[in-house]
Ligand binder design. Structure first.
Ligand code: ANZ
Ligand code: ZN
Length: 955
């Protein structure tokens, strides 16, 4: 039996195959024609603003990886609308910038033309996915009505002294003939074209982002962002609390001042290093005996970028300054001074005290040049697995651990303790008059019987640890030294019975020699040392540090600063943002250079300063706009005399630093910084952004927001409350999709063949949203089949079919999908849908259930859901339907058969809701007709086993 409405629809469907090509175009047209997704401020609904990184429209068009984030956001937007929110969700184009200009040069067109074509293509491609944007709010950063405001922001920054010109060493890309921001140089190479960048001294426009350092750090606290992203922001800002400490130079008036974050290690500073740029090297005051050699070294270093100099993998280089020595103010000892390029001129004071025992870079350098390594911090561990027990006495011990490797099997000797569930190295106390090596050998012999060991090395330093020694029922403070041996052969002495009772021998893999698998917390430190990472960089207890011996290293920091009259300071790695580019395709900088008045901003009423069309826009080492007489020559707005416009353009990161504000206007032509829409829509509630944009764009956007807040244009300090990243879809070969690897997949023919809904579902089903996955061409076929199954579902009126189970499963599915969309867990949401469909595929579904199903399918596959909705006789759009709710009882309470006993005998069963209380169970059982007659007597006692049985003991 079929319901009448369905009979009609179904009849149609039986002759009509699922034809996505037809239905997708049909609904997309209706959505656009009726402006279904147009958003309004004139509503009582709660606002929800969701944003996604707007694309840079390249000539290559979209590949299948691009829409992943867009599809996810579209699902979320459709879901939120059905939940009753007014959702601001739109799209724009990050159209200025080098790649477009370079491409235009290549094909001999103007960047304007190229950008227009690319946008047209991108838009067509995005539209075919059925994304529910409010297209009226579309923006384009190369459109004068947009960049008018980019220029306006620049002028505001200038007026507050936050945009300034300065000479600085900048990253120069010889290929692109332009300056790059630090953030755009990756591994010493241009982020845009891959060429090796050079260091060049140039005058540049900078934005003073460093004025906001503390705010940029502090305000990260309230954000719902992935932890790793917050960490990368913090690392980029690079706040370091430390000290300035001065070192005298023997027989000289000059001093070397260093910045250190570890003043506690001062007693271990065994040499000093000056950066090649340090002015002390150039001013001639130092009596350097090998000046020629030093100058040559400085010359060589000047060709390397800071990034290259900081690479850990590069072998360290340097030259000792002969004839002079510094004095370690703590020890009074003379120490050598070096010049080396691993110390940067631009950070701290451009000089360091080197502590090779506790700093990786210094350690490497010291090893290479045979410099003294002096340990001053002893690791200090409170063993969290066997913490000291309160009230037990503390006993100090000198311990030795023996690490014995069997070279034949590459396994390591360990003891498995029988009574304590311990795994340890052979170990024990060092007895009076014993050296660590013989103590270690003795312990191995006593505990394992092995006789023939070859000494490999004694690991540097001791480790202090506090723990509870269960086998002796006392707390220990153990100072442990570790000796490493190779086993020569298997010759073994018989060991005594007590040792046999205590433990057995086991052999461990190298990877198991750590605290995770072993009993002693020290294992982790030995593990590192065994790896050849022979240094300890953590905090601990001072040793070899005179009167500070035994002090906690954190506490010692302050004391040692005082002791040598140092000064506490905070340093940051963040530098001001270099924004001017010597290229054509960007926002003209709205400034005028007048010989008399200096740099003068354009009057705001003259904005925008339009980018003129010029014949030859190719870069030739000087900004192309400088050659356009018509553009460049103007009257000075202050004195009226002849002046020149700024010939440079802004980097496209400036354009994208505020685009999320522009979307709030119904159309960009209505935008200005006074409209109330800004504070109405902002901050962004949800931002989906590629994990590769975690530093630069976010930092710039946050800076611009904070600046505008400070100047009264905004009432919020952070632009993006909640951030989610997406993992990239890789090529079928597992590699990043790129033209050069020939693994790029164009979505157009796929949409043509399988439809957008199948691709939407597949991209969301591939795996967790924040992970990357390789494209599997068979995947779309799978989701296409799934959609066909939905298309062929049958309605039923058969009451017996609409059993409780389906209803329950439907409610569970609604709940699962609701929560999964909120958590961006789209793959599991689709699984839940599939489970449900499989269930009803067998027996058919009631119309009301079917309608609910279409509503929860709609965000994922909007075209097919809408088509089927219509086929049920509904004329309205699903966009305006409410999101289904679920009955919490149905979802949670699974039924079970409650066994009813009287005096231990089975007298009946009844279906009961899971987790019912004893009282509910009693009532339920007593109400059962079959049971009643057995319960006539006096109930003495009731035994209740939750979710199983109830037993009445009756007299
Ligand atoms: C002694 C020391 C001992 C250091 C130790 C570290 C560990 P962050 O945390 O990144 O700010 N340093 C200072 N100026 C430098 C420069 N211009 N170029 C290269 N390295 C420089 O790093 C601060 C530490 O980096 C400073 O603390 C200094 O080395 C080094 F066990 O001083 B330290
Ligand atoms: Zn002037």
């Amino acid at each position: 039996m079929k319901s009448p409405a369905f009979a009609k629809a179904s009849a149609g469907k039986q002759v009509m195959k699922y034809n996505p090509q037809k239905i997708e175009k049909k609904w997309q047209k209706r959505w656009l024609d009726e402006k279904v997704h147009k958003v309004s401020e004139e509503t009582k609904k709660q606002k929800y603003y969701q944003l996604e990184t707007f694309p840079y429209p390249s000539a290559a068009g979209l590949h299948v990886g691009h829409p992943k984030g867009y599809i996810a956001e579209d699902i979320h937007a459709r879901f939120m609308r059905m939940k009753g929110y007014e959702v601001l969700y739109t799209m724009g184009w990050d159209a200025f910038g080098l790649p477009t200009e370079n491409y235009a040069i290549k094909v001999g067109k103007s960047p304007q033309e190229v950008a227009k074509d690319n946008i047209k293509n991108f838009k067509k491609q995005l539209r075919m996915f059925g994304l529910s944007y409010d297209w009226d709010r579309e923006i384009n950063t190369s459109d004068p009505s947009y960049y008018k405001w980019t220029q306006w922001i620049f002028i505001q920054l200038f007026k507050k002294g936050l945009a300034y010109r300065a000479k600085a060493k900048v990253n120069w890309c010889p290929q692109d003939q332009t300056v790059l921001a630090n953030e755009q140089v990756v591994d010493g190479k241009c982020d845009r074209c891959g060429s090796l960048t050079e260091q060049k001294e140039m005058e540049q426009w900078f934005l003073a982002i460093t004025k906001y350092t503390e705010h940029l750090l502090e305000d990260l606290k309230g954000l719902d962002w992935p932890e790793a992203t917050i960490k990368r922001q913090q690392d980029w800002i690079g706040k370091s609390e430390g000290a300035l400490i001065k070192f005298e130079i023997r027989n000289s008036k000059s001093e070397i001042e260093v910045f250190t974050t570890r003043p506690d290690t001062l007693f271990g500073a065994t040499y000093m290093v000056l950066a090649p740029e340090n002015p002390l090297l150039a001013d001639g005051k130092l009596q350097i005996a090998n000046r020629k050699e030093v100058e040559k070294y400085i010359e060589t270093a000047s060709h390397k970028t800071e990034l290259m100099r900081q690479e850990d993998t590069k072998e360290k280089t340097g030259v000792e300054l002969k004839g002079i020595k510094a004095i370690n103010s703590a020890t009074g000892e003379e120490i050598p001074i070096w010049v080396a390029d691993y110390v940067l001129g631009s950070y701290g004071t451009g000089a360091i005290m080197a502590v090779p025992a506790h700093d990786e870079r210094d350690f490497e350098f010291a090893k290479k040049f045979n410099l003294l390594i002096k340990e001053v911090v002893m690791p200090n561990i409170v063993d969290r697995k066997n913490p000291p027990v309160k009230g037990k006495k503390f006993v100090e011990r000198e311990n030795v651990h023996a690490i014995v490797r069997n070279p034949k099997t590459d396994k390591y000797l360990a003891l498995k303790w029988k009574k304590f569930n311990w795994i340890t190295f052979p170990m024990g106390g060092i007895e009076k008059g014993e050296d660590p090596i013989s103590a270690a050998k003795r312990e191995v012999l006593e505990e394992t019987g092995f006789i023939n060991l070859k000494l490999v090395k004694v690991l540097d330093g001791r480790v202090r640890a506090e723990y509870f020694a269960a086998h002796k029922d006392e707390n220990r403070v153990a100072y442990t030294i570790t000796v490493v041996f190779d086993l020569i052969d298997y010759e073994q002495k018989n060991i005594n019975q007590k040792e046999k009772d205590d433990h057995e021998i086991i052999w461990l893999d190298r990877s198991k020699l750590n605290y995770e698998n072993m009993t002693h917390a020290e294992s982790d430190i030995w593990n590192l040392k065994l790896n050849g990472e022979n240094i300890y960089t953590g905090s601990g207890i001072l040793v070899n540090s005179g009167k500070f011996d035994g002090m906690d290293s954190e506490k010692a920091k302050e004391k040692i600063i005082e002791f040598v009259k140092g000064e506490k300071v905070t340093k940051y790695k963040l530098r001001d943002w270099s924004v001017s580019r010597q290229r054509y395709w960007g926002v003209p900088i709205p400034m005028i250079h007048c010989e008399k008045c200096g740099i003068v901003p354009i009057s705001e009423k003259d904005l925008p300063i339009k980018l003129p069309k010029i014949e030859d826009y190719r870069p030739k080492g000087k900004p192309p706009l400088a050659s356009s007489e018509k553009f460049i020559n103007v009257k000075c707005p202050e004195c009226g005399g002849p002046a020149k416009r700024d010939p440079e353009t802004l980097d496209s990161f400036v354009d994208s630093s505020w685009y999320y504000l522009a979307y709030v206007a119904p159309e960009i032509s209505n935008f200005n910084f006074q409209i109330s829409n800004i504070n109405y829509w902002m901050p962004v509630d949800l931002y989906v952004i590629g994990a590769e944009h975690t530093v630069l764009h976010l930092l710039y956007a946050r800076f611009i927001t904070k600046f505008l807040f400070d100047n009264g244009y905004l009432n919020f300090k952070e632009p993006f409350i909640k951030l989610r990243h997406l993992g990239l879809i890789r090529g079928a070969d597992g590699q990043k999709m790129s033209k050069s690897k020939d693994n790029v997949i164009n979505p157009d023919p796929l949409v043509e063949q399988w439809g957008a809904d199948a691709i939407r579902l597949y991209e969301m089903f591939m795996g967790p949203f924040e992970d990357g996955q390789p494209w599997d061409p068979r995947g779309v076929v799978g989701t296409y089949r799934f959609l066909n199954k939905i298309w062929g579902l049958k309605l039923t009126n058969n009451e017996s079919i609409t059993n409780k189970r389906i209803q329950k499963l439907l409610h569970q599915t609604i709940k699962k999908i609701t929560e999964d969309i909120q958590n961006f867990s789209f793959n599991t949401a689709i699984s839940a849908l599939m489970i449900f469909i499989n269930e009803i595929d067998k027996n058919g579904i009631f119309k009301s259930q079917y309608e609910t199903l279409l509503k929860i399918l709609f965000p994922f596959a909007p075209h097919i859901a809408q088509e089927l909705w219509e086929s049920l006789g509904n004329e309205n759009l699903l966009d305006y339907e409410s999101w289904p709710t679920w009955d919490e009882k149905l979802v949670q309470d699974e039924d079970f058969e409650l066994i009813i006993q009287v005096n231990g005998k089975l007298r009946g069963t009844v279906l009961a809701a899971k987790n019912i209380s004893q009282k509910e169970a009693e009532e339920l059982a007593q109400s059962q007709e079959l049971v009643k007659k057995w319960l006539q007597g006096n109930i003495k006692k009731i035994i209740f086993v939750p979710n199983r049985l109830i037993n009445f003991i009756v007299e």
